[in-house]
Design a protein around this ligand. Structure first.
Ligand SMILES: Cc1ncc(COP(=O)(O)O)c(C=O)c1O
Length: 451
């Protein structure tokens, strides 16, 4: 459905938006990356003076954990800025990371395998550089999609291959055969997914994690579990150190795992670019002769630290490590309830989701196995008669920005991902007005067309 020129009277100046879309040089808005959409929307905002409802990027919309900032300032005053940190991370931080993963996920990992990275972004890159090079007969990563698009970009940059499938129709027991059909090829080095899932916010069950773990062992693949939204399945209270329920993880079902835990969302610490890589004791020590093609050692952990991370950045900003250490210590000792501090996202999601569905939009990934989707950082939506790409473009005229599911490995090409993080209660009226206008302008046309 081409509605581009149908409605000139839109909340955001139609002529300016059209011109800037054209000038952006993006051949198709649906395949634009998150950062390309950010750039386009910044330009529209500048040219029109109108503030968008920004739902394209997962920027934390909350204050950073204050204890982290204080510790960073203190570390800087102590003079850490002039000192190279150890590549594997500051000892005190590694110890708190190991405690954190024990207290909140109930798994035991030696501090040796707890390594800070420059965000989970760099954690992912380094992981692919080692884990996808451990066996010359294998080709790369199997993504359990939908997923975080830039990880596939990393794979491509490295010259690795990937396979992927949309998991929505293969939940529960059905996951086993589907997953096995890829692993049977013998070509998969790593299996990757995020949980809770970006972009759909579905959460894997224990049964599914067990299937993934068992098959990883059977086919000797490494599971890369991306826990960027650690403990943020708010249906369960995972905020109490050492007290169940814990963050579900594949680590309970296999020793072939590596976890990536971003501090960007859970601690609202995105700007400091620090995340945690947790390598199981088993994997850390494991030797893969083929690693010697790229690294001095055949040992996984050694290659990760003194091969990949050394070459990428030689460690993580010294002060940020002390900041993260202080945050983790507070959380581990029960003085900082980091889950409570981000629950606001669920409140936003509940309110915003309703505004969308009240105005003719449909939730695309609406069920989490047999339960309605929980409220969290993201949700996905569509509007009758539009592809995701068309909808994304049309919404720009209404002052709403998002990303298309097309770039996430989703089969649902009618869908768009909404991130709730940047929309506080002061913007609800704007959002509601804009959605109403959209529905007024498009609802009747669509329903007239199909009757
Ligand atoms: C699933 C997933 N993984 C990784 C990241 C990147 O995290 P970081 O900011 O720690 O690099 C994000 C950020 O949006 C994400 O959603």
């Amino acid at each position: 459905m081409n509605t581009k020129n149908m409605k000139k009277n839109t909340p955001i100046d139609h002529t300016i938006v059209s011109r800037l879309i054209k000038e952006s040089g993006l051949p198709d808005i649906g395949s634009a990356t998150i950062r390309e959409i950010v750039r386009l929307v910044n330009r529209i905002q500048e040219a029109t003076g109108e503030r968008f409802i920004r739902m394209e990027m997962g920027v934390p919309g909350l204050e950073p954990a204050p204890v982290g900032i204080a510790a960073e300032i203190e570390a800087l005053k102590r003079g850490v800025a002039s000192k190279y940190p150890m590549i594997e991370g500051v000892k005190e931080l590694k110890e708190e990371m190991s405690r954190f993963i024990k207290l909140f996920a109930n798994i035991d990992v030696d501090p040796e395998g707890c390594i800070p990275t420059v965000g989970s972004m760099m954690g992912g890159m380094a992981t692919f550089m080692v884990a996808n090079r451990n066996d010359r007969t294998r080709e790369g990563t199997l993504f359990i999609d939908p997923g975080f698009p830039v990880q596939k970009q990393q794979i491509k940059i490295l010259g690795h291959d990937f396979r992927s499938f949309d998991v929505y129709n293969f939940r529960g027991k059905k996951l086993r055969n589907k997953l096995e059909s890829y692993l049977k090829t013998g070509k998969v080095s790593t299996i990757m997914y995020s949980n809770p899932n970006n972009p759909t916010w579905i959460c894997f069950t224990e049964e599914e994690l067990q299937i993934i773990g068992e098959l990883a062992d059977k086919y000797d693949a490494i599971v890369v579990e991306d826990l960027a939204y650690f403990a943020m399945d708010f249906r369960k209270d995972m905020s109490k150190p050492g007290i169940p329920p814990f963050q579900p993880t594949v680590a309970n079902y296999t020793d072939n795992y590596l976890l990536l835990i971003s501090s960007s969302k859970v601690f609202s610490y995105a700007g400091q670019r620090i995340g945690m890589m947790i390598i199981s004791d088993h994997l850390f020590k494991r030797r893969y002769p083929d690693l010697k093609r790229y690294y001095k050692s055949d040992q996984f952990g050694y290659s990760m630290i003194y091969g990949a991370l050394y070459a990428l950045s030689s460690g993580v900003s010294h002060s940020a490590q002390w900041g993260l250490r202080a945050i983790l210590k507070e959380a581990n000792e029960g003085r900082f309830n980091f889950v409570e501090s981000v629950k606001e996202y669920a409140v936003r999601a509940g309110i915003m989701r309703k505004m969308f569905t009240d105005n003719g939009f449909k939730i695309v990934y609406d069920m989490d196995v047999d339960k309605p989707l929980a409220d969290g950082f993201y949700f996905t939506f569509s509007y009758p008669g539009f592809t995701g790409s068309e909808l994304l473009e049309e919404l720009l005229y209404y002052g709403i920005s998002a990303i298309s599911l097309e770039i996430t490995g989703s089969d649902r090409l009618e869908g768009i991902r909404a991130c709730v993080s940047q929309t506080g209660s002061d913007r609800y009226n704007d959002l509601e007005y804009r959605l109403k206008r959209f529905h007024q302008d498009h609802g009747k046309k669509f329903f007239a067309k199909i009757t």
